[in-house]
Each structure stands twice: as structure tokens, then as C-alpha cells.
Design a protein around this ligand. Structure first.
Ligand SMILES: [Fe+2]
Length: 358
């Protein structure tokens, strides 16, 4: 057992996962298993057309579609969906899509406690967590509740075959950040650490091959498997410096979510390298390297992903504000938060320089 001297607490979350190529066709039996007969399908406007297959599979057990899901789960959108849900007398939701749609399904579940079936089409991982972030009047609040954890998740590898390579890469790196931070989380435990190491290994190996051939089903299967494990890590333990930095940067400069995580991750790992030995050893095994931070930076480069915050919209004169906010209400982190080191981390990430362990 890794970290043998530590005591730990581990809470297993309930949930059923149906994984594989072509598993979407099992939706009707999964609905039946939940004892439900009136599903409201959820999607974003962009993915609405793709839900026709779901409606066809369910026949009259699909009572309607709400296709207004939006980023950051705005409360106004949830309230509109609730009106539709009540008008149609739906008894469960089927969320088809990425983080935005999963978020809407969870927001409905929080208000109604109706069961949810999630069908993820990206690597975001939110479907495996009891965490819900909602925005009201531009302010985001996050909560944990067993009510929002989806009852059933159908991972259909075939649905990810058309996820563009560039999006697969940033979505995959964003997912990997959950496994990476799980390895040095304050409440880490050997079970989740085992999943985290496998998750990083699976995604790091799959992403370069997706860039070569986005339609390779076996590789897509490895990536989706890794993404599932990353989501499980996020649902099980707390996140640290990397997530704090990304929330600060995303909030201040309205940066794209997955890209921000992709840029920051190698720097957060470098920052914590000296204070998280077990985690670095696990990452070294998963990434087959003796320098995990550098390996993640190189991986992003090889994948053609952004490596500089300046590339994705952060102004240079924002560095000072970002440092200030990053030092306020810090999350627990294995290495203490030191102002000068954080300033240098953010400056390097802004410029696209290699991560530094100093
Ligand atoms: Fe995250």
C-alpha cells in the first residue's frame, strides 16, 4: 500500500457505469432499471440534433427535449428547464453532452431529487461527482450534495469519436488535473490514488494517439476510461493549488476553462514537487519520466495544446491581480502558498516558459 504510514478515510459513492462502444442502445433498459417511463432529454443548443437518436431509442418514454443548457449552469436556465420538466410531467432526466449539460441535469436533481442518466460526450468528468457549481447574477457558488450525483452514467466510446482532436486534448488535460491533484490531496487515500495513477497513465498514452487518428476506437476507449477515473477522483477527494489558480484566472480574465487547466497544470505540479513525494513517484510511473512537471509541459507541446496564458487571453498586466487573489482564501496545498513563488509561477505560465520547481 502506498503511503503506508498514513491513516485515511474513504467514502465510496453509489452510481452505475455502463462503459463501451455502442452502449447508448442500452439506454432503454437503464431507464427501466430505474423504474422510470417519462424522460426529459437535456442538451445544449449545439448538440440538440444529436439527441434525435436518443428520442428514437426511447420512443414514447422520451417526453421532450430541453436544449438550453449553458456554461456555468446559470440559475435562470435551470428555472426554465424546471418549467418544461413540470409541464411534461417528466420523472427523470437524460443529460447528453459535456459539462454544461451534466451541470443542468444535476441542478434539476438538486431541486427535484429525480434520477439522472448521464451520457457524456467529453472528458470533463462531472458526471462522476456529487458537486454542482451554479451561477446567479454572475456569482458562482459550488456545493456538494448526494442528490446531484447521477444514478447511471452511460459511457459510449462511439460518441467520442467525433470530438475534435484539439478539444479532446484540452478536455483530457483538464480531466488529468483531477487525478494529479487527487494524488496529493489532503484527504487522499490509497484506493483513489490507485485510480488516479491509472487515469494519468491512460490519458497521457491515449491523447497523442488521438491527435494522430481521432477515429481510432481502441484509443478513444482508453481515453474515455481515463476520463471516467479522473471524474471519480474529483468526486472523491479535495482539489488544491492547481484548481485555486485556475478558478482565479478563469474568473478574473474569463479564460477558456479546459485551456486554462492545460496551461497551468505543469506549473502546479512543479510547485508541489518538493512537498508531495508519493504523488510525484506515482506521476513518474504513470508518465514514464523522472520529471512529471516537465513531462506534462512537453506533452501539451507535443499535442499542440496552448502552453501560455497570454495565448488564451490573459493580459500581462493581470499577473499582479492574479497573484493577489491566489493568496486570498487559499485551498489546502501540500506546499505552503508563498507569494514570490506564486508570482513566478503565474509569470512563467503567462509567458509559456517551462515549469520551475523553485
Ligand atoms: Fe477541475
Amino acid at each position: 500500500m502506498p503511503d503506508a504510514a498514513r491513516s485515511f478515510t474513504y467514502t465510496a459513492l453509489p452510481g452505475r457505469v455502463v462503459f463501451g462502444a455502442g452502449t447508448l442502445v442500452r439506454l432503454p433498459e437503464e431507464l427501466e432499471r430505474l423504474g422510470r417511463t417519462r424522460a426529459l432529454i437535456l442538451s445544449t443548443p449545439q448538440q440538440a440534433a444529436q439527441t434525435r437518436e436518443i428520442a428514437a431509442l426511447l420512443g414514447e418514454r422520451a417526453v421532450g427535449l430541453f436544449d438550453g443548457a449553458a456554461m456555468h449552469t446559470p440559475v435562470e436556465v435551470t428555472e426554465r428547464a424546471m418549467v418544461t420538466l413540470r409541464e411534461l410531467d417528466a420523472d427523470c432526466t437524460v443529460a447528453f453532452g459535456g459539462g454544461s449539460t451534466t451541470g443542468l441535469g444535476k441542478a434539476i436533481a438538486l431541486r427535484t431529487d429525480l434520477p439522472q442518466i448521464c451520457i457524456p460526450t467529453t472528458y470533463a468528468g462531472s458526471e462522476m461527482t456529487p458537486i454542482l457549481g451554479e451561477t446567479a447574477g454572475g456569482v458562482k457558488t459550488t456545493q456538494r450534495s448526494g442528490k446531484v450525483l447521477p444514478e447511471t452514467v452511460i459511457y459510449d466510446v462511439d460518441l467520442t469519436l467525433t470530438l475534435p482532436a484539439s478539444l479532446s486534448v484540452t478536455s483530457g488535460m483538464n480531466a488529468m488535473a483531477h487525478a494529479v491533484e487527487a494524488l496529493y490531496a489532503e484527504d487522499r487515500n490509497p484506493v483513489i490514488s490507485m485510480l488516479a495513477e491509472a487515469a494519468v497513465g491512460a490519458l497521457a498514452a491515449a491523447l497523442p494517439r488521438i491527435v494522430e487518428d481521432p477515429s481510432d476506437r481502441a484509443v478513444r476507449s482508453d481515453a474515455l476510461y481515463g476520463a471516467w477515473l479522473c471524474g471519480t477522483c474529483l468526486g472523491a477527494v479535495g482539489m488544491a493549488l492547481h484548481h485555486k489558480l485556475c478558478h482565479v484566472l478563469g474568473g478574473l480574465f474569463d479564460l477558456p476553462h479546459a485551456e486554462t487547466h492545460t496551461v497551468v497544470l505543469p506549473h502546479a505540479v512543479a510547485y508541489n514537487a518538493s512537498a508531495a513525494g508519493e504523488a510525484m513517484a506515482a506521476l513518474a510511473r504513470a508518465l514514464q519520466t523522472d520529471d512529471p512537471a516537465r513531462a506534462l509541459f512537453d506533452l501539451a507541446g507535443r499535442l499542440g495544446a496552448p502552453r501560455a496564458l497570454k495565448e488564451i487571453g490573459m493580459p500581462r498586466d493581470g499577473i499582479g491581480r492574479a497573484v493577489e487573489l491566489a493568496l486570498k482564501n487559499p485551498y489546502w496545498n501540500p506546499r505552503p502558498i508563498e507569494a514570490e513563488a506564486i508570482r513566478s509561477l503565474i509569470a512563467r505560465a503567462w509567458a509559456g516558459e517551462a515549469p520551475s520547481t523553485a
